[in-house]
Design a protein around this ligand. Structure first.
Ligand code: NAD
Length: 508
């Protein structure tokens, strides 16, 4: 059976034919695509691999946001009353539809984001798994029974929060949308989601799929826009929670706005994670791990291990191999299956990353490879935002490239001598999203994992993700968790019901 085209376009995203242009509205509430009234601002959305305009994005204004939130509130009344098993059945149908159309969604994601088709295919399947995981959790939501004297007792109920807002970053557009929607809906909430204006396309695909799977109209809504629209969402009185993924700077603003209405928040923020490679490691795995820790999605991954500390004795061997393999990474058309590095999200992001490299050079770092704009041979990609992946040697902890989140394909390598020294240096950061260690010494591996101040630690691997694993930050990388069973705590509230079996003892 032919697949239904997701965006009713004559042809799906194809960089080589350049036919992918979004003409339909990307806003969705009350169960349908809506032409937003919008603010005065429209923003062009560019295809990272070509620099072509994909669409002009209408930023949702006050009336649009209010309509989306009201429709969510009304759907919440029905959805929250369903049994967990019923919610699970609908979510499983949605996951099935995503799997069926994963190739189409991945093509759209590549056009919107610039990441390679190989990675996008994996991201879409991970999103389907996320829905399957939380569908499995929906029927298990339960409270506790607590015995009290005289036969009295209490019980707790895990209840949904109501209308949750999701605000997403652009680096994993579809996955981030799903990682917020799936647990929210599984727990009985409704959601209004605002994607990043730099990658606005795939969220509405999720909205259509959920509708097709049978969620009530208004349960999952998409409003488009940037800071102005996000501000309206955070201030809206009906909203119970804001789950935010993005930079620390914006996260602080979202927390401040949400605090006015005492709304719950989850903060998934940036990182500058350390990867520690001891001389007793399995070197081949450590090299592969360092590449995986730095170059996925053009280095635009929040949990990347971008501060690579290598024990001095193995540094020359490590660098030789890492540089050889980095130079061999095929950069180019992200829609081609063999490409391993696509385009960065935007021209300003590309300039920012290249700026980090030139400043690192001025501060004394040595560029061992890459760090330059890259122009693929295909003329259609001439306007794309490509760069060659970069390895920096001779970095110091006080350099900007080591202290700040670059969010591009730049690995900063530094030598260390002792475990004590490297632990102190690794933790000397305001971030705490992820970390990694390569060693064959099992006791050391667990000691290092215990002492690293980060929400995740990978032992003898890096960036291994799975929906069963809680993900989130320490320190300024945020709080709250996504994925894993614990996420239920961030999308529900606990009610205690106290039952008296005797007479009331009154002091009055
Ligand atoms: P950003 O902070 O610029 O934007 C994130 C989102 O916030 C966007 O949707 C944006 O439109 C919205 N926004 C901007 N101003 C707002 C305001 N005043 N009120 C409400 N919303 C507002 O971040 P980005 O550039 O899109 O993403 C990159 C950052 O995200 C990096 O720091 C990266 O580490 C982080 N990130 C973190 C995770 C995680 O899970 N920890 C995952 C992906 C990305």
């Amino acid at each position: 059976m032919a697949q239904k085209p997701l965006l009713q376009l004559p042809e799906f995203s194809n960089v080589s034919t350049g036919t992918f242009v979004v003409k339909e509205s990307l806003n969705f509430w009350n169960g349908q695509r809506v032409q937003a009234k919008g603010t005065k601002n429209t923003e062009p959305v560019y295809e990272p691999a070509t620099g072509r305009v994909l669409c002009d994005l209408v930023q949702c204004g006050e009336e649009d946001v209010d309509q989306a939130i009201r429709s969510a509130h009304s759907a919440f009344q029905k959805w929250s009353k369903l049994a967990g098993m019923e919610r699970a059945r609908v979510l499983l149908d949605a996951a099935h539809l995503i799997r069926e159309r994963s190739e189409q969604i991945a093509r759209v994601e590549v056009a919107d984001n610039g990441k390679t088709i190989l990675e996008a295919q994996g991201n879409i399947i991970t999103a389907a798994k996320c829905i399957e995981y939380f569908a499995g959790i929906a029927p298990t939501l339960a409270g506790q029974h607590i015995q009290l004297p005289g036969g009295s007792f209490a019980y707790t109920r895990r209840e949904p929060l109501g209308v949750c807002v999701g605000i997403g970053a652009w680096n994993f557009p579809f996955m981030i949308t799903v990682m917020k929607a799936a647990p929210a809906l599984a727990c009985g909430n409704a959601m209004v989601f605002k994607p990043s204006p730099m990658s606005p396309v795939s969220a509405v695909i999720l909205a259509e799929i959920l509708k097709e799977a049978g969620v009530p109209d208004g349960l999952f809504n998409v409003v488009q826009g940037g800071a102005e629209t996000g501000t309206l969402l955070c201030h809206h009185p009906v909203v119970a929670k804001v789950s935010f993924t993005g930079s620390v700077a914006t996260g602080k603003k979202v927390m401040e706005m949400s605090s006015k209405g005492v709304k719950q928040v989850t903060m998934e923020l940036g990182g500058k994670s350390p990867l520690i490679i001891f001389k007793d490691c399995e070197l081949e795995n450590a090299i592969k791990g360092a590449l995986m820790a730095n170059f996925l999605t053009q280095g635009q991954v929040c949990c990347n291990g971008t501060r690579v500390y290598v024990q001095r004795e193995i540094l020359p061997q490590f660098l030789e191999e890492v540089v050889k393999r980095t130079k061999a990474i095929p950069v180019g058309d992200p829609q081609q299956q063999h490409t391993r590095m696509g385009a960065l999200i935007s021209k300003p992001q590309l300039d920012k990353v290249l700026g980090f490299v030139s400043e690192a050079k001025k501060q004394g770092a040595k560029v061992l490879c890459g760090g330059e704009p890259f122009t693929p041979s295909d003329p259609k990609l001439k306007g794309g935002y490509f760069m060659s992946p970069c390895v920096l040697d001779g970095c110091r902890d006080d350099m900007r490239c080591v202290q700040e989140e670059i969010f591009g394909p730049v690995m900063s390598v530094m030598p260390f001598d002792t475990e004590e020294e490297v632990m102190q240096r690794a933790n000397n950061t305001t971030y705490g999203l992820a970390s990694g260690v390569f060693t064959r010494d099992i006791a050391r591996a667990h000691r290092v994992a215990e002492n690293l101040q980060a929400g995740s630690c990978f032992i003898n691997n890096y960036n291994k993700t799975s929906m069963e694993l809680p993900f989130g930050g320490y320190k300024m990388s945020g709080f709250g968790r996504e994925n894993g069973q614990v996420t239920v705590e961030f999308y529900t509230q606990l009610k205690t019901v106290v039952v008296e079996m005797g007479d009331v003892e009154s002091l009055f």
